[in-house]
Design a protein around this ligand. Structure first.
Ligand code: SF4
Ligand code: F3S
Ligand code: FES
Length: 248
């Protein structure tokens, strides 16, 4: 079934912008990104949108549809009725460059702050040996497509730019958890997670998990276990005594 849909799309740059209304044809089986492309082809040739794979795998087409963080290429038009107005806006937590394209460099900065994989010093490439059972959990985290929908959604930074400096966000706290759980990583990542990357800001609201298009259980499998490891360390009587004696 084809019909004319009502779209409301945010147009503007870092300084100013507004929602603009469009009437645009929709065909059976299409996704929101198809409609944005049709708008570019027929009514708004300079409409900026970031995309690449159109298969939910590159993480580029993140935006908000009717206020919900979504991948535009995975949001089917069949989820709306022909009478619905479909509002497409840029990710709210990041500065707008133009139209639907945002500056996501916050995420790359946070990624760079995390010390990389640290194997034992005497282990040479080619000598790494692991059992599948040891990496099963952290393997889930490697499904991440870096769409940053979780980063955009977490209330700690969504409306609080001032928290960005001290909070790495769910995606990068999950990266720390992945390394902490890695059987060959010898770095102790617990202090770093808590002190430098703001694990304590997370109060387990699970909004990050809800929006993850890869269905990674970010909160249950990465953030809560990381919090438990931090707590184990903090309340371990020997660690407590060591901190008292040597860290004054
Ligand atoms: Fe996207 Fe999920 Fe990765 Fe967050 S964890 S960046 S929501 S794929
Ligand atoms: Fe934010 Fe996810 Fe924690 S939404 S508060 S990082 S559970
Ligand atoms: Fe690649 Fe949507 S275009 S995830």
């Amino acid at each position: 079934m084809s019909y004319d849909a009502q779209f409301r799309v945010w147009r503007g740059d870092s300084e100013t912008g507004e929602l603009r209304d469009f009437t645009v044809p929709v065909n059976e089986g299409e996704v929101v990104l198809d409609i944005i492309h049709r708008l570019q082809a027929t009514q708004a040739p300079d409409l900026a949108v970031r995309w690449n794979c159109k298969a939910g795998k590159c993480g580029s087409c993140s935006a908000e549809v009717n206020g919900r963080p979504r991948l535009l290429c995975m949001t089917r038009m069949s989820t709306f009725t022909p009478e619905d107005v479909v509002t497409v806006t840029p990710l709210r937590a990041f500065p707008v460059i133009r139209d639907l394209v945002t500056d996501v460099s916050y995420n790359y900065e946070k990624a760079r702050e995390i010390p990389s994989f640290t194997p034992p010093a005497d282990l040479k490439p080619g000598e790494y040996r692991m059992q599948q059972v040891d990496i099963a959990r952290s393997q889930e985290f490697r499904k991440c497509i870096e769409c940053f929908l979780c980063q955009n959604t977490c209330h700690v930074v969504r409306d609080h730019d001032e928290n960005k400096e001290s909070f790495a966000g769910p995606r990068y706290l999950m990266r720390i958890a992945e390394l902490e759980m890695h059987p060959l990583d010898v770095a102790d990542r617990r202090d770093e997670a808590q002190e430098q990357h703001g694990l304590g800001y997370c109060n387990i609201t699970k909004c990050c998990t809800e929006v993850c298009p890869e269905h990674i259980k970010i909160t249950d499998n990465a953030l809560i276990p990381m919090k438990e490891r931090v707590a184990d360390r903090k309340y371990d009587p020997i660690v407590w005594l060591g901190n008292k004696l040597f860290r004054r």
